[in-house]
Design a protein around this ligand. Sequence first.
Ligand code: HEC
Length: 199
Amino acid sequence: MRYSGLAVGLFGGVLALCGSAIPANMPPPADPNAGAKLVSHNGCMGCHGAKFQGGLGPKLFGIEHKLAPGQISDFIKHPRAPMPDFGFTDAQINDVVAYLSNLDGGTSGAPVITLDPSTPKDHAKITVRFTGATPEHVTVRVSMQMGTTSHHSESDLHPTKDAHVRQGDVRFLMGGAWVLTLIYDDKHVDMPLNVAGGM
Ligand code: HEC
């Protein structure tokens, strides 16, 4: 666990990271609603099952846990018989991939954070369950602002037997109002936290 006592401007740094502009030449974001239309108009369910649970073709529900987006789009672009080639454009395939990847809530759902004990005194065990694909690196930071000083410490969460769950330990220097921040991919998820303190 890394620990640092004085870190003014911590939150400013986080904001600067999140605020980067989207370059003008980026393709438009995939549209899962357009993907849903393409899927229903092209009879994907006829082979993959009414609820995408599988039939003649494999189960597509939860496919984002099994294949990366690029692999899913490659397959739709170059399907193996008996799956037909639908002749979709790249943009249409991106829409279809976005739709299929969200059938079970996808990878964008907020992770569920549990602390044990829920009102910690000086440390707690943290369990984070991801609803979709689980990021490889998850870091947890706890911080507390005191006037112009902020205390913070950071540690990496480790994998568990459950592929969707990451665990670790967090320590608090003193009681008071802390903020727990989960950092993964390019996301920062904040959770306010009351620490009982009293050592
Ligand atoms: C005629 C039946 C049929 C139709 C219609 C069909 N598929 Fe398939 N699909 C299959 C079969 C069979 C496979 C497995 C092929 C293989 O792996 O050899 C497959 C595989 C896939 C895979 C790869 C899944 C994996 O786990 O590897 C994706 C993604 C997919 N289909 C998407 C679609 C989409 C999207 C549509 C509609 C636009 C569609 N399919 C329509 C039969 C079909």
